[in-house]
Design a protein around this ligand. Structure first.
Ligand code: NAP
Length: 277
């Protein structure tokens, strides 16, 4: 007699206590009546290799990966998706039945799906994108904007060399603009994205002058705490279409949940409520 193993999944990082993913996956498991578990696991760097060897043997079908392991897990994976390679980080590991570990990055996918859901009329090809920030999340955003055909991406970052590195890695469709001139380029943005941590609870506000925003622009913020940042509030008051960052967090989890549990989950108000609880 063969017994079906209950799929185990989770998130590895350090710290992981802040992660909203356990609430989200538990909500979807409950909603679809599926057997399975999603467990937050605080894993120290020295233990990462042993943990990745051990988890599949314990019945884990995969894990999400958060700071500080997003780069190192790529060296330990047997296969790395093109998008994870391009972004330079992985947020999802799939433990395959043949014993191989597949590393992927779904942040860019989550970013675009969130815009498609939150701004159904968004046409990425209609004009340039303005990207504030050039950290890890910006790499996923830029990769996905290129993928959906944005004609030009104006990147501005406090530390200019980081923005220049993006041009080096992603090519000539990107143009670097000095951080002090960030306000001047907003009027060019058909899509405007904040990928900095500015505006997050406990961090300074964005001080970039926002009066140049065009009301035809779709404006989004990766920061989701608070849900409506100053950027989003100002943009909304100016008549722009705004999309908050919580949806990106939810959408990036969809491909992994589907792969692990065999059910494509819905990103809806109930899922949003589950992570806000
Ligand atoms: P990161 O790699 O540490 O990058 C941080 C970015 O913020 C850099 O561009 C940095 O500029 C900029 N920054 C920080 N403090 C600043 C300041 N005082 N003035 C100007 N710029 C400042 O972090 P990350 O992983 O890219 O994450 C960035 C934000 O996105 C975080 O708030 C994170 O929670 C959020 N995020 C959300 C999602 C989602 O699903 N919604 C997904 C990923 C990330 P420098 O290069 O000059 O330091």
């Amino acid at each position: 007699m063969t017994t079906q193993r209950i799929p185990l999944t989770g998130v590895i990082g350090s710290p992981v206590s802040h992660s909203k993913s356990p609430q989200l996956h538990a909500h979807w498991l409950r909603t679809y009546g599926l057997s399975g578990y999603y467990i937050p696991m605080d894993v120290a760097g020295d233990d990462l290799e042993t943990v990745l060897e051990t988890l599949p043997k314990m019945g884990f079908v995969g894990v999400n990966v958060t700071i500080p392991h997003k780069q190192r897990v790529m060296e330990m994976a047997d296969l790395v998706s093109d998008r994870a390679t391009l972004i330079g980080a992985a947020n999802t590991l799939i433990f395959r039945k043949d014993g191989k570990i597949h590393a992927d990055n779904t942040d860019g996918y989550g970013f675009v799906e969130n815009l498609r859901q939150g701004a159904p009329d968004w046409d990425p090809k209609a004009g340039p994108a303005v990207v504030l920030g050039a950290g890890g999340a910006a790499r996923a955003v830029v990769a996905s904007l290129i993928d959906v055909g944005v004609p030009e991406i104006l990147v501005t970052n406090r530390t200019k060399v980081r923005a220049e590195k993006l041009v080096e890695d992603f090519g000539k469709r990107l143009k670097v603009v000095d951080w002090v001139k960030a306000g001047n380029i907003l009027e060019e943005g058909n899509t405007v994205v904040n990928t900095t941590s500015l505006g997050m609870l406990g961090k300074p506000e964005i001080r970039v002058p926002l009066d140049g925003l065009r009301k035809q622009a779709v404006v989004t913020d990766l920061v989701y705490n608070p849900i409506e940042t100053r950027l989003l509030r100002t943009a909304r008051e100016m008549g722009c279409t705004t999309v908050d960052g919580l949806g990106m967090l939810l959408h990036q989890a969809v491909p992994a949940f589907e792969r692990w549990f065999g059910q494509r989950p819905e990103v809806d108000n109930a899922a949003r409520a589950a992570v806000l609880r």
